[in-house]
Design a protein around this ligand. Sequence first.
Ligand code: AMP
Ligand code: ZN
Length: 114
Amino acid sequence: MDCIFCKLANGEIPTNMVYEDERIAAFKDVNPVAPVHILVVPKKHYSSLEDVDFENMDVIIDIHKAIRKIAEQEGFSKNGYRIINNCGKDGGQEVPHIHYHVLAGKQLTKLVTD
Ligand code: AMP
Ligand code: ZN
């Protein structure tokens, strides 16, 4: 499958890896919208949250554990951060490999709906 995030997460395309473990990879967003903008993805391909069967939901916990570790490692756990998952067309998802945006490094504005 020709999936850019599969290739980045599995090292097929070199990237600025922020965090990696057996199942999860995290790298910098190429078009950051905050001082810290990291994408956290599973190494296994799921096209979106809607593609994760209930029996495979552990991957969502894995992602959140990785986010906690990254926040500690990168030094923004105390000041806080925002996690965003765009799911599907109406959610504004552009890359069809599930990913969680982690934004930090400044006081973010109140969440807007569009
Ligand atoms: P979404 O709109 O939620 O699908 O977000 C896709 C994100 O992936 C955007 O913020 C892009 O800037 C980012 N992106 C696309 N291609 C790459 C890439 N090759 N490396 C890092 N980030 C990327
Ligand atoms: Zn993929």
